[in-house]
Design a protein around this ligand. Sequence first.
Ligand SMILES: NC(=O)c1ccc[n+]([C@@H]2O[C@H](COP(=O)([O-])OP(=O)(O)OC[C@H]3O[C@@H](n4cnc5c(N)ncnc54)[C@H](O)[C@@H]3O)[C@@H](O)[C@H]2O)c1
Length: 367
Amino acid sequence: MAASSKVKVGIIGSQFEADIHAASFQIMPEEAEVVAVASPSPGHPEALAKKYAIPRVFHDYREMLAEQDIEMVTIAAPNYLHAQMTINAANAGKHVVCEKPLCMTLEEADAMIDTCHRQGVLLLYAEELFFTPKYVKAKEMADEGAFGKVYLVKQSEKHFGPHAEWFWDVERSGGGVFMDMGCHGIAFCYWFLNRPRIQSVLCQMGTYVHGQRTKGEDDSICILEFEGGARGLVENSWARRGGMDDRIEVYGESGVTYANLHMGNALPTYSESGYGYAVEKAPATKGWTYPVFEELWNYGFPQEMHHFARCIRSKEEPIATGEDGRIVLEALYAGYQSAQTGCRVELPFRPTGVKRPIDLWQGNNDA
Ligand SMILES: NC(=O)c1ccc[n+]([C@@H]2O[C@H](COP(=O)([O-])OP(=O)(O)OC[C@H]3O[C@@H](n4cnc5c(N)ncnc54)[C@H](O)[C@@H]3O)[C@@H](O)[C@H]2O)c1
């Protein structure tokens, strides 16, 4: 493809995250254009195609992979499908953007990375927190030395639970909230501290309010110890009422910074009648609410997709890769093991034959 042409993108999936991908490419359209969408549910890919003027629709993503002009595929499908989709896309010669968490098992992660490497395509890991403007600002200040030596980084993401049924089914998700959102916090702390080796993981978790609905944990606390001495504290919940809460805290020898992802980008609002949409996972729009402007931009999704497209044109070096996703997955495995034993788990931690991370906590491990 000519280096000056836009990267042609095919999206796998047509619901929540697929919509974010499609919207993101439209918000920053300079480098890439979405030319196809593939998803099996009747009517859904057609609806996404109509909303974003995407010309081609497929119900089987493998047919989309046969389209010669598509260079990059984004995977916005349930977790248990990520590995096979990535491998199929790479074998079809497509660069791959895979949503978080990377996949279900460490063996799958290795196979995804190896296949992409062998096929000469990029495996890009869709961790938007590496692009979240407020968090990027905090990291820039830390890298400049604003806080001196950083000894603690905290990231927390909480709401009352995901929108789609498969997240609650650990067979398809691989775990509860720690798998779903702990992956963000682990990636964040690792990235923020400039990728020191994770030495150990200590984790506590439980199912506090959604026991009727899932075998997965709905609240988790995780402490990461990094080479060099810094710690990460990752808190996640699907049990937290009141909509989405996403924040960080950074503590160093000579300074501190706090960032609440939504507050400061929100309009404190009171409405008797309610209105259309406030922010992701907000349960209502009546009474006091905090509608966020430029929501996708404030998360960093358009900047993330823009960066990935530029990587494919060799204009930038990837800053979120399959290797990052694999490191996060290993820490997730260690976290579930730690929650089972009550002890800190040292890394490297490479259990084999485990079907999904949560099995280490629930004791379904045949290894
Ligand atoms: N980065 C983030 O902040 C973020 C936010 C939400 C979701 N995600 C991730 O994105 C992925 C999708 O989550 P979601 O919220 O969009 O879920 P969703 O349930 O809203 O959408 C899943 C989509 O996958 C499609 N799908 C299912 N089987 C398929 C198949 N065989 N071939 C092609 N498509 C298939 C479904 O039809 C649906 O369109 C998950 O891995 C999730 O963890 C990331």
